[in-house]
Design a protein around this ligand. Structure first.
Ligand SMILES: [Zn+2]
Length: 229
């Protein structure tokens, strides 16, 4: 494990995560208005996790997978579609399932309360020695988050706070009482005027709901080192 482990926000719901020496992209909509990188700058990726097939999450998955040979992980119907688009390496899954990507990295598929055209929308829990990470995908508040909080010791949760399509700051803060993570990163806000939110307001609500939680308001391109201290 010579490489530094980290979570980097690429704007919207897109993250680059380095865990146990593997580079993982989640929901790589690299052309999003907040993105700190261009598609050309993305040259090596091991895995791409896609929560659902809306354009702002599927993003440039096909292009990136084709040029890097990354393995795409997602719901069965979605990855079948990606195979038809020429993506070579895929792992089709469904809610409740888990897969070991390597001897150190395990991915679980969680429910998400949202919509999609192919299969169902999901979230992911990624377990690795450095951290257990929960990316909620696009979702409303749902009570099974309490089960996720009991089953997994979540270190970092990425939660949408933009409202309109997902939870707003108040609901995302309430979600923390069920998920009980050590740290939270707000996402899916301020990409467009429609989902404008004040992340400071989320921070205050989050700290009132779960006093020990660390709120990391990342700027696009900013990195949170793992494990978190
Ligand atoms: Zn979205």
């Amino acid at each position: 494990m010579s490489t530094q482990s980290y979570i980097k926000w690429l704007g919207h719901a897109a993250f680059e995560i380095m865990l146990s020496g593997k580079k993982i992209l989640i929901d790589p909509w690299i052309s999003n208005p907040l993105s700190p990188v261009t598609l050309n700058e993305i040259t090596s990726v091991d895995y791409i996790l896609v929560t659902h097939d809306h354009f702002d999450h599927l993003g440039e998955t096909v292009d990136i997978a084709k040029k890097t040979n990354a393995t795409v992980v997602g719901v069965f119907e979605l990855v079948n579609y990606l195979s038809e688009q020429g993506v070579k390496n895929t792992i089709g899954m469904n809610v409740g399932g888990s897969v070991k990507l390597t001897s150190e990295i395990e991915v679980y598929v969680t429910p998400a309360l949202h919509s999609s055209s192919r299969g169902v929308p999901v979230g992911f829990i990624i377990k690795a020695p450095e951290a257990t990470i929960y990316h909620a995908g696009d979702t409303g508040l749902f009570s099974e988050m309490d089960l996720l909080g009991r089953l997994f010791k979540i270190d970092v949760a990425m939660l949408p706070i933009g409202s309109l399509f997902t939870m707003d700051p108040r609901q995302a803060a309430y979600a923390l009482t069920m998920l009980r993570p050590k740290a939270v990163i707000p996402m899916h806000y301020n990409t467009f005027p429609d989902i404008k939110q004040d992340p400071q307001q989320f921070k205050e609500l989050a700290e009132s709901m779960l006093p020990d939680v660390k709120v990391f308001i990342l700027k696009p391109g900013e990195v949170l080192q793992l494990p978190i201290k």
